[in-house]
Design a binder for this molecule. Structure first.
Ligand SMILES: NC(=O)c1ccc[n+]([C@@H]2O[C@H](COP(=O)([O-])OP(=O)(O)OC[C@H]3O[C@@H](n4cnc5c(N)ncnc54)[C@H](O)[C@@H]3O)[C@@H](O)[C@H]2O)c1
Length: 327
């Protein structure tokens, strides 16, 4: 089967490419990526050199690019997106272009070429923010959409569009909404790699506001396994919530990283809070576990230690990315 992986040079996409080519070597895996600042073709070099993937440089917004790529495809794994909330606060335009119009172009291409299955990879941020003082509340399949940042709004629009293509045209769409990922190949603008790379450079780590904001963390390999299960065995038209019971406050995450890297508490530097900063995300993953039998395999402590080790061993991957920004 020809499988199109959009955004495969990004963080989750690269990890999914490794997982997919290992688990399903009989598939023809094609990565379609524009290589924005967040895309790194070198992350895929071992796969390309081994002939396990084909890389296509292109923009998912461009109908001609998508038309050529999707011809003969049996499955689309759609991950390409603008993904950094802070960047969406500074300029929402590229988020609307790629996340909404790009998704529209792909859905049209999938319809035209009668693609067998289409997985849209989305986020729990479409459901808004939960209160800190009600730990029993979690996002479920019936949670209301309530996006609160331009990033989340653009992803919510893509979810709605994909669902509309299923209902209107019968396109076999699946949607997954996942919490915060961490692991290898994540751009150092995101919390965990930002903290690790700054600590490795002997710098302080900024912490937004009071640091009490809670995210539901999942190791990217567990997410990749979930995406494979959903793409191959999920029911078209169905949404799947992906989570690993990994709720941690930002302050807790940073404290764990300080311990792993033997740094003192003074290495954390509180900074003014992000505008409209969501307080808490938490996912109830029971439907995914019961319907497809998936469960996470990487504990937070083990995953974080492995992630720290990866950044220690791959300075040549991240050093060029931090020089212009984190000076
Ligand atoms: N990172 C997370 O914690 C998380 C959690 C839940 C869902 N998601 C979703 O998973 C997907 C992947 O996230 P990520 O963290 O790997 O993102 P990322 O920012 O690391 O990578 C995005 C990739 O998409 C590519 N891209 C961007 N615009 C493109 C365009 N117009 N055409 C083609 N390629 C383009 C980039 O070059 C890059 O390789 C996104 O859809 C995101 O919304 C991410």
């Amino acid at each position: 089967m020809k499988v199109i992986l959009t955004g495969g040079a990004g963080f989750i996409g690269a990890n999914l490419a490794y997982h997919w080519s290992d688990a399903y070597p009989e598939d023809e895996l094609v990565v379609l990526d524009k290589l924005t600042y967040a895309g790194h073709r070198e992350s895929l070099a071992p796969l390309e050199q081994a002939g396990k993937i084909r890389f296509v440089l292109g923009d998912i917004v461009d109908p001609d690019v998508v038309d050529t790529a999707l011809r003969g495809a049996g499955l689309v794994l759609h991950l390409a997106a603008e993904t950094h909330v802070d960047r969406s606060l500074a300029d929402p335009a590229p988020f609307l272009t790629t996340n909404v119009l790009g998704t529209r172009t792909l859905l049209e291409g999938a319809r035209k070429h009668d693609v067998g299955r289409f997985l849209l990879v989305s986020t729990d941020e479409v459901f808004g923010s939960l209160p800190l003082d009600h730990p029993e509340l979690r996002f479920t399949l019936t949670s209301r959409y309530d996006p609160r940042s331009p990033y989340a709004a653009s992803k919510a629009a893509a979810d709605h569009l994909a669902r509309a293509y299923h209902h209107t045209y019968g396109l076999p769409v699946l949607i997954s909404n996942c919490g915060n990922n961490y692991g290898p190949f994540q751009h150092p603008e995101k919390l965990i790699p930002l903290a690790i790379t700054r600590l490795l450079q002997g710098k302080k780590v900024p912490l937004y506001g009071d640091g009490a904001n809670v995210r539901d963390w999942i190791h990217v390999e567990d997410h990749a396994r979930a995406l494979a299960a959903i793409a191959r065995r999920g029911t078209p038209g169905q949404t799947y919530l992906v989570g690993a019971d990994g709720e941690r406050s930002n302050r807790e995450v940073l404290a764990r990283l300080l311990a792993l890297l033997h740094r003192e508490p003074e290495s954390i530097e509180p900074v003014a809070d992000r505008l409209g900063h969501d307080r808490r995300y938490a996912i109830d993953p029971s439907h995914l576990r019961e319907s497809l039998g998936w469960k996470p395999e990487v504990s937070f402590d083990e995953g974080l230690a492995r992630t720290v080790a990866w950044y220690q061993e791959h300075r040549s991957w991240w050093e060029p990315l931090v020089r212009p920004h984190n000076g």
